[in-house]
Design a protein around this ligand. Structure first.
Ligand SMILES: C[S@@+](CC[C@H](N)C(=O)[O-])C[C@H]1O[C@@H](n2cnc3c(N)ncnc32)[C@H](O)[C@@H]1O
Length: 484
């Protein structure tokens, strides 16, 4: 679906972990099949707060109408936008001019002068937020800045305590969180000279407040055609994993706008899609999870064991064929992302080819087999072990290795999820309870993907086994002989 040719660009909520991709675009695809997932809450469950001054303030600042369809309120997701009248699919529900968006170039030129080029846009925008916060009511953006979540109100795993993080140690998010925190810390050290140069603006800034501002930007700035921007009002829209509404950027008219993908009754909460994100991304970058996320995925680590007599040759072969290795851990380890398979016929993203290839290399027991794999790769497109092994028993062995790895992971995930149940089950700490629920959503989603993959791997292994039986049995003199 394409909403008019005058629209020049899609914009997407910025992903901090994709800091170096300047423009991230998400195409609108066919509607995903999760009709059971509905994010519209019953109207009486909404906690309306008086946010009625926000839109008139922004419209006055912009000098144009921004929306006649939406009003600002509060729901269980924090600040939210609601239909103030019936919305029909295709209606343009908001138009926010570039003039009332906050971009890195809003940074005061004197401050910008002292910033080194390698300070990324997220950090620059975080400095704008910090400077405006410091100005308090004197800020021209005070209405907006005051409406943003405060320290302690964000739930990205970068703000989780060590004990809380322990809940998700099983998931790739654990290492990603540590890496992301280290990255933000580096950005902080880069901007310290600027903070010291302008004490009147930044004297109270600490690593904690910088991280908060950084996470605010990361969870609500949009990658637009003019770079990264905070778009007041539009950033009150919450995420629905199956929504087809995205924020669009019209460079000609210098506005960002959103088109409703469905009908909404007056009073319904209106949603948008931040992108096709797994719970790992949602939790790390936005501080929330979906209970049943159709974009769930899991990272699986495979390694060539040190005790394998062909260890060195296998690692070398994998290197030669560009299998990425993670040097910080162990040069013989590889990580693979497994995504959910969405239909009984195996349509969608199941076991990645690279993972099967890795398992095939792993199952080799002689130098000759490795040489054969290298020759086969050289004779085809250069990629290693992309086709089933000619020796079916070897193919079965490769998938048996995969199965045992996945089985182990399933057991570990199961143990972690069970331990969440027993953990302070009567806790009165609502923040901990919320984070524990997020940990549960994350781990159960990843476990679901693992179980699906386990079934597919098992079926494949069985199928190859039947094939061998069929080949090996030969009818001689009217009688079946050979391997059964
Ligand atoms: C762009 S802001 C949306 C407005 C936000 N609710 C607020 O209070 O300002 C993104 C934040 O909204 C919240 N959020 C958005 N969609 C959500 C969802 N489906 N479930 C839970 N929280 C959500 C998360 O806290 C996220 O970091």
């Amino acid at each position: 679906m394409w909403f008019g040719s005058r629209i020049t660009d899609f914009v997407s909520l910025h992903r901090p972990s994709l800091l170096f991709s300047s423009s991230i675009r998400f195409k609108i695809k066919g509607k995903a099949s999760t009709s059971s997932l509905s994010f519209s809450k019953p109207k009486d469950s909404l906690l309306y707060e008086d946010c009625s001054e926000f839109l008139p303030w922004l419209q006055q600042k912009a000098g144009v109408e921004i929306s006649s369809f939406l009003s600002v309120g509060t729901s269980t997701y924090g600040r939210s936008l609601f239909a103030s009248r019936f919305i029909q699919a295709g209606d343009c529900i908001l138009k926010v001019p570039y003039s009332v968006q906050i971009a890195p170039d809003n940074i005061h030129p004197d401050i910008g002068f002292f910033l080194s080029d390698d300070v990324a846009n997220v950090a620059r925008l975080a400095l704008v937020v910090l400077a405006e916060q410091k100005m308090g009511q004197d800020s021209e953006w005070a209405h907006y800045i005051n409406s943003l979540p405060r320290i302690g109100e964000l739930h990205s795993t970068i703000f989780w305590s060590e004990d809380e993080l322990e809940m998700v140690r099983q998931s790739a998010i654990y290492q990603e969180t540590l890496a992301h925190k280290a990255f933000i810390e580096k950005e902080f050290f880069k901007v310290i000279p600027v903070l010291e140069q302008f004490p009147q603006k930044f004297e109270d800034t600490t690593l904690e407040s910088f991280m908060h501002a950084y996470a605010l930007v990361g969870s609500r700035a949009w990658g637009t055609s003019k770079g990264l921007s905070l778009i007041p009002f539009a950033d009150f829209l919450n995420h629905d994993g199956v929504s087809e509404t995205v924020l669009l950027s019209d460079e000609g008219k210098q506005i960002s706008e959103a088109i409703a993908d469905r009908d909404y009754d007056s009073g319904d909460q209106v949603f948008i899609s931040y992108g096709k994100f797994s719970n790992t991304t949602l939790l790390l970058d936005f501080g929330f999870t979906l209970p049943c996320n159709i974009h769930d995925q899991v990272e699986i680590w495979m390694c060539v064991p040190q005790h394998d007599p062909l260890h060195t040759m296998k690692v070398e072969l994998l290197h030669q064929h560009f299998m990425p290795t993670i040097k910080e851990f162990d040069s013989s380890q590889n990580s693979f992302i497994i995504r959910e398979v969405r239909s009984a016929r195996g349509k969608g993203r199941g076991i990645p080819q690279s993972l099967r290839a890795f398992a095939r290399v792993l199952s080799a027991t002689s130098l000759q087999e490795l040489k054969d794999l290298a020759t086969e790769a050289a004779q085809s497109d250069g990629r290693l072990a992309r086709c089933p092994l000619k020796d079916r028993n070897k193919e079965i062995e490769a998938h048996r290795l995969l199965l045992s790895e996945i089985t182990l992971m399933i057991q570990e995930y199961d143990t972690s999820i069970k331990s969440l149940e027993y953990m302070n089950s009567h806790t009165t700490n609502s923040r901990f309870a919320l984070r524990r629920q997020m940990a549960r959503d994350l781990l159960t989603g990843e476990l679901r993907v693992l179980v699906d993959t386990w079934i597919i791997t098992l079926l494949y292994k069985r199928f190859v086994g039947f094939y061998i039986k069929g080949k090996a049995r030969v009818k001689k003199n009217g009688r079946w002989e050979g391997q059964v």
